[in-house]
Design a protein around this ligand. Structure first.
Ligand SMILES: [Zn+2]
Length: 397
């Protein structure tokens, strides 16, 4: 099976099972259409290594569609003579950039590119912290999938954008190398109010009261992840907590996070989550992250590791969309642990995640369900792929 067919099968399965544009697969379909190629390879990571990204996010101005933020990037050059740092950050306005001595650094910010002039040429012995202060209304993708959403009920990001070039979309809320290859640890320091709970990647390290109903919540993930997998979700959430025994010998905490009135439906829709977990561990090895987490929001789904963003309207109490639940869990192995280098290689993420969702169906409902799902996919692929791709394209080999 070709890459092209794999990608088409992914999209077709979505058309069969869930409302249009509800899952991360469709995002990557765009890259298969030729309308959103990955462009020239981003080579920044060859000369600079981002070690830690610390995002401080003040959401008190969210009702005015504004964020106020500070991001501290710990980085080290891989080669001598580095004089400038080129970061991606769109729409938001940069107020200042400081070095680790709190001395201002020269910068320019235009067309989504933030160029920071280092005080002196730096090399591999010069690990440094660069702090960027910025504000504004964060971007959302015109496709309705991707960016940073400031809504009354949910405040959250989707780290991939359907239409944007590149699809990786960390740059909607923090300065980064917005490519698929740069990985670093992250911490998140989020200020909010009104009893809202903050969920991010990794582990919650504490919640501090700042007076009244304002809180500062600290999350951290030590495992290095690319910018598109960084995640925050904020709402008046409640959580259903479970634990799955892992073949690795530990119990993996599971957090199903939803508005209080939605937790029962979510739990019912996730009835077979443990079956998916067990099947994937049996086939592909022990789960590698510190927890499993799904946060409901108004759109998705997106496989942010340990903090999957999942559309509330498909956690409806039925099992109709459970293949999507399994697909996103599968990404914790394929996509989140191993990530494509470029958008053109998205089959590594999406092809395998979709295949694993079929293994899930086989495990729960038997081999006939696997076969019928694959056959339906093949049929739809042959019938619709050339439409979805905007016409048949034949390239000489
Ligand atoms: Zn996917």
């Amino acid at each position: 099976m070709t890459i092209r067919l794999l990608l088409c099968s992914v999209v077709t399965s979505i058309a069969l099972s869930v409302p249009a544009q509800t899952t991360c697969q469709r995002t990557k379909h765009c890259s298969a259409q030729g309308q959103a190629k990955g462009g020239p390879q981003d080579l920044r990571s060859d000369s600079i290594d981002l070690l830690v990204t610390r995002v401080h996010l003040n959401l008190l101005d969210a009702p005015n569609d504004l964020i106020h933020a500070m991001c501290v990037l710990r980085l080290v050059p891989k080669v001598p003579g580095v004089t400038q740092l080129r970061l991606d950050l769109i729409d938001l306005t940069v107020g200042s950039v400081l070095d680790e001595s709190n001395q201002p650094l020269g910068f320019s910010h235009a067309n989504g590119v933030l160029r920071v002039d280092l005080a002196q040429p730096a090399g591999p012995a010069d690990t440094m912290d660069i702090t960027v202060f910025y504000d504004g209304e964060p971007a959302v993708d015109p496709s309705n999938f991707g960016g940073f959403y400031l809504e009354n009920t949910y405040i959250y990001n989707l780290g991939v954008a359907f239409d944007a070039q590149s699809h990786s979309y960390g740059r909607a809320w923090f300065p980064c190398f917005d490519n698929f290859v740069e990985r670093c640890a992250f911490s998140f320091h989020v200020t909010t109010r009104g009893g809202r709970k903050v969920w991010c990647n990794g582990a919650e390290l504490g919640v501090v009261s700042l007076g009244g109903d304002t809180t500062l919540t600290h999350w951290s993930i030590d495992e290095p992840i690319p910018s598109y997998l960084a995640s925050v979700a904020v709402a008046n959430y409640a959580v259903v907590h479970q634990e799955f025994p892992s073949i690795g010998g530990t119990n993996i905490p599971v957090d199903l996070v939803a508005l209080p009135g939605d937790t029962t439906q979510m739990k019912n829709s996730f009835l077979h989550l443990q079956d998916a977990f067990n099947r994937f561990e049996t086939c592909f090895g022990a789960y590698s992250w510190n927890r499993i987490g799904y946060c409901l929001a108004s759109r998705g789904a997106m496989e942010h590791p340990t903090n999957i963003t999942y559309p509330d309207f498909i956690a409806d109490g039925t099992l109709q969309y459970e293949a999507t639940m399994a697909h996103e869990l599968a990404h914790q192995w394929f996509g989140d642990l191993v990530t494509c280098d470029r958008a053109e290689e998205m089959y590594i993420n999406e092809g395998f995640a979709e295949y694993l969702s079929y293994l899930f169906l086989e495990g729960v409902y038997g081999p006939d369900r696997y076969r019928s799902t694959v056959r339906a996919n093949h049929y739809e692929m042959l019938r619709r792929c050339h439409w979805e791709d905007g016409g048949a394209v034949f390239r000489p080999r």
